[in-house]
Design a protein around this ligand. Structure first.
Ligand code: PRT
Ligand code: ZN
Length: 211
């Protein structure tokens, strides 16, 4: 009996996910092109996936656990259990508009075109505020949309803010604060739940040691 955990194959969460497992005393050898690998000293199998695919794999029970950004968990809107915030991959999903635009409140987005890779979260956010806007889903380089006339505003992930700045945009609203989280499904066997408790105990110890 073992646990299967899905982590990002490459990208912003990859290194920190591996590092967390290492800090938990779990040794894995991660070859660059591998799809999966096994820990040598803990009953854990690690799958390397695109972050967007992780919620589905965990929901379907192909993996028992996943490490993924809360932003992805919420956007995919799958019935997953968030077990623990992991303290890395911190960012915010924010609305931004051209620097020259007069912006006073969220009301200024009424009737505007908003480009984003997070249509589900943005829709929900605007609905709560009773703002009607046209959401244009684009998968990458969202920050160039206003400059090429595709949108009036964007909603994208921000960490340092330099991407917005370089594209002549200013941040005007925080839609969501996000960080990497450990998620699971409801299909774990009692033995797997015990393994998860053991893993979680170690993760919490690692987090405590950093505070
Ligand atoms: O290939 P795969 O699909 O797995 O990866 P990906 O390209 O979809 O995701 P990736 O690796 O870019 O990001 C993975 C996760 O890291 C995200 O889902 C977030 O939870 C988290 N994260 C943290 C970020 C950022 N910070 C971040 N700054 N994800 C993306 N960005 C991008 C943002 O989209 C924008 O283009 O960085 C740019 C802004 O950064 P600043 O520093 O200029 O503000
Ligand atoms: Zn992705």
């Amino acid at each position: 009996m073992k646990l299967r955990i899905a982590i990002q194959k490459s990208g912003r969460l990859h290194e920190d996910s591996i590092k967390l497992l290492k800090e938990c005393g779990i040794d894995i050898n991660n070859g660059v092109n591998k799809l999966k690998t096994e820990a040598t000293n803990f009953p854990l199998e690690v799958f390397f996936l695109r972050d967007d695919d992780i919620p589905q794999y965990v929901e379907d029970g192909v993996a028992d656990l996943g490490i993924v950004g809360e932003n992805v968990v919420l956007e995919k809107n799958r019935p997953l259990r968030t077990i623990e915030k992991l303290g890395f991959g911190k960012c915010r999903l924010a609305m931004a508009v051209p620097k020259a635009m007069q912006y006073n409140s969220i009301r200024d987005l009424q009737g505007q075109r908003i480009a984003t890779s997070y249509p589900v979260i943005v829709n929900e956010f605007l609905k709560k505020l009773d703002i009607q806007a046209e959401i244009h889903e684009i998968s990458g380089s969202v920050e160039i949309a206003p400059g090429i006339g595709l949108a009036d505003a964007i909603c994208d992930l921000v960490s340092s803010g330099s991407t917005l700045f370089m594209n002549g945009l200013k941040e005007v609203e925080t839609v969501l604060r996000s960080e990497a989280v450990l998620v699971s499904n409801d299909k774990l066997s009692p033995e797997q739940q015990q393994l998860l408790a053991k893993l979680l105990f170690r993760i919490q110890a690692v987090k405590k040691a950093k505070n």
